[in-house]
Write a protein of this length. Structure first.
Length: 145
């Protein structure tokens, strides 16, 4: 085989490899994470305590489905803008299991959960990725802080 044929074969193999390497990203191109394409969904569930604590879901289940681009307006009912907000993600709707083998939670990082708005009525979060999660938000604070 000539050097020219070897070069063409190598180039063809490289192009084919690049095509298959990017094949998993084809669906991601169809994922719309724009704010215009994902209006926030008002969520009025969750629990608010007299001690100034709000949580969107129980620790052991009922977490909110949080696919790519999803935005929630969590109506917290605290009556003030919370100062401390923790966003937790899971690959399971059940969040924390009863033992370490079934626990699949981690603090949100990067743009997997973006905090877009915090005021005395709501917390707006957004999944600014094309990955699918379930989410739990815990917020707290004191009036006037």
């Amino acid at each position: 085989m000539s050097q020219s044929s070897l070069a063409k074969a190598a180039l063809g193999s490289l192009a084919l490899g690049a095509f298959f390497a990017n094949a998993g990203c084809i669906d991601a191109a169809a994922c719309d994470v724009s704010d215009d394409g994902n209006p926030p969904i008002a969520y009025e569930g969750g629990t608010t305590t007299d001690e100034g604590l709000y949580y969107s879901s129980p620790l052991h289940g009922g977490w909110l489905h949080f696919p790519g681009g999803k935005r929630y307006d969590l109506v917290h009912g605290l009556g003030f803008a919370p100062q401390d907000i923790d966003i937790w993600l899971s690959f399971s709707e059940n969040g924390v299991g009863e033992d370490e083998q079934n626990s699949t939670i981690a603090p949100a990082a990067g743009n997997s959960a973006v905090l877009q708005l915090v005021n005395d009525e709501r917390i707006r979060i957004k999944n600014d990725t094309c990955s699918e999660f379930w989410v739990r938000v815990v917020a707290s604070g004191k009036p006037g802080t």
